[in-house]
Write a protein that binds this ligand. Sequence first.
Ligand SMILES: Cc1cc2nc3c(=O)[nH]c(=O)nc-3n(C[C@H](O)[C@H](O)[C@H](O)COP(=O)(O)OP(=O)(O)OC[C@H]3O[C@@H](n4cnc5c(N)ncnc54)[C@H](O)[C@@H]3O)c2cc1C
Length: 318
Amino acid sequence: MNLDKSISIIGCGISGIFAALHLKKRGLKNIRLFDKSRGVGGRLATRRSSEGKFDHGAQYLKLDDIYDLPEIKSLIKNNILKETKVPNVYIGDDGMTSIPKFLSKDLSVSKEFKLIRINENKDKISLIFENGQEIISDSIIFSSPIKQSIEILDRSNVNIDNDKFNGVRSLEYSPGIILMIESENSINLNYEFFQENPSDDFSFISDNYRKTISKKENFYTLICSTNFSVKNFEKEYDEINSMLKPELDIIFNKKYNILSNHKWRYSIPINFYPNDDSLNIGLNNFIGMCGDIFTNGNFGGAIKSGISIAEKYMKNEV
Ligand SMILES: Cc1cc2nc3c(=O)[nH]c(=O)nc-3n(C[C@H](O)[C@H](O)[C@H](O)COP(=O)(O)OP(=O)(O)OC[C@H]3O[C@@H](n4cnc5c(N)ncnc54)[C@H](O)[C@@H]3O)c2cc1C
C-alpha cells in the first residue's frame, strides 16, 4: 500500500471524520476532508440564538459498542463527551458540535466546498466544487447522505460497479423539522432534560439549559414527528409555525417565542443498506460510500460505517 496516495472524503460529519481518523492512524499521509457547510459535524449540530444554545440535530448519544474506541475514551477524558444523569445517555459538553470540532482539529478540513461532480481520468479522480475549485485525488469516499452522493455520481463521469450502485438507490431518509424555542417558564419533562412524544406533532422535546449546554434558561429544542415533517416539509416556516401553534400553546402555556427553525431534508434513515457497513463501488479507483444509513441511523452507527470504509480502503478493495 502506497501511503502517499491522496484520498478525499466528502462530508465532515461523524462518519467522514472517523474514516479520516482511521486512515490517518494506518499511516495515510494525504487525507483531505471537504464539507459544503461553514462548520463541521453535519447532523451533530448546535446553534446559538438570543444568548441561548440549542442542539438541533442529534440530541443525545448512546455509546454501547463504541465505548471502547480510543477516540471515544479521549472525548470523555477531555470532558468533550459527558454522561448525563440519565444512565448511558451522553451529550457534547458544549453542545454536539464540540465533538466533531475536537475530533477534526488535527485533520485537513476544507469548509464551504460543495462537491458537484467528479470525473475519472485513468488512475486519477478530478473533484469539481461549487466554488469553482478543482482538486485531483487518487481516491474518494462519500460520507454525505446517500441521496446527495447519488445525485453527484449521477452527473459524474466514473467507472463504477452499477449493480452495487443500484443497491443503494432505494435507500431513503425521512425529512425533519426542528424548532428552537425560548419559553417564559420551565416545563416538566419525563426524563432529566428530555421527553419523547410530548404531543401529536412533536416526537421529542429537550431542555437545553437542564442539559447544561445553554447558559440561559428555558431554551427548548422540539423535533416534529416524522408524520408532520413528511407532510409539511415543503411549506414556508411561517405556515409551519402557525400549524404547530395549538400544540405549542398547550406545551408552553402560551408563553413562548419561536427563535428559529431548521429543516433537515435527510434527517433519519427510513431503511438501511442490508449487506455491509460501507461500500466501495469503484472499478478503477477506490470510490467508497459510508454514513449512518449503512448501519443503524445514529451516532454509533455512523462511526462504525466510517471505520468500515477506512478498513476497506486499507485492504485495497478495487
Ligand atoms: C433531528 C435529528 C435528531 C437526531 N437525534 C439523534 C440522537 O438523539 N442520537 C443519535 O445517536 N443520533 C441522532 N440523530 C442521527 C445522527 O445525527 C446521525 O446518525 C449522524 O450524525 C450521521 O452522521 P453522518 O456522518 O453519517 O452524516 P452527516 O452528519 O449528515 O454528515 C454528512 C456531511 O456531508 C456534508 N455534505 C453533504 N453533501 C455534500 C457535498 N455535496 N459536498 C460536501 N459536503 C457535503 C454535509 O454538510 C454533512 O456535514 C439525529 C439526527 C437528526 C437530524
